[in-house]
Design a protein around this ligand. Sequence first.
Ligand SMILES: [Zn+2]
Length: 305
Amino acid sequence: MAGRPRNPEHLVPVAQVIQPQQMLQEEWRLQTLLPAIQDTEEAIRWLARRGLLKNEQLCHVCGNRMTVGTFNGHTDGKRWRCPGRCNVTKTIRDGSWFEKSKISLPNNILLLYCWHMDLPQVQVARELEVSTRTVVDWMNFIREVCEEDLRLHPQQVGGLDEQTVAGGTLGVRGDRESGRCFMVEVPDRTRATLEPIVLQYVLPGSHIIPDGWRAYGNLAQVGGGIYLHDVIVHDQHFVDPNNRNIHTNNIENTWMRAKRKLRRQFGTSEDLFPSYLAEFLWRNRYRNDQHYYFSRLLTCIREQY
Ligand SMILES: [Zn+2]
């Protein structure tokens, strides 16, 4: 007679786990997402398939593969357990981004989705029936993911065609095809402050149009002259004032969008400014596939945890 079936060693069959590249192809809508995560069990499988929950766990005492079984003492309804004598247990969330969260996994996923839709925090709290405090904390965690993603994948602006200095922030928007852009908070606009930033973010050989910033009068000397050549080329080719206006408007539009959004979101909290700026830049970087912000965010979380 067969005994009780052994508990599985994986949350989902290994073959069902998809790669980040496949995740990026997924275009979720509420209509498709809600049924896919309608209860905790479905949500666990949904996350495990996307590498957002560890699909297997080893016992840290004996090294055995742990198995996953029913556990009613936790909102997830399951937990990992070592089949050996050591009796070690772990939550399903162990080692994942959701480890510190107290809310249900379906709600965690919906919070990420609400962030992708850019919903106001009050509305998110109401929709998900969680406290505004919870939403605020989660939005902060998400912005940390954005900050880390920008740090892990730094992007230099190349083929630069404009720059401006606005409101204590140096903003440069690069070639308009890619929409590359960076904004860095600066304490002042001295050359000593700005030069290293230019070197960090702007590719050598870029076109730079100084826009009312005197320090750039010495641009030829920045980085030992790496920007010199193309600035001269630029002056020869972009003297048309109409052209110049278009370029100037572009960076101003980007900066206006940033300011409008940052003011709406972070109000007067100076501490949070860099993290909101990171969110803005993150959204700007991936703005050509806005429909995939949610999938993109999921791949960032997967990479970082
Ligand atoms: Zn063990």
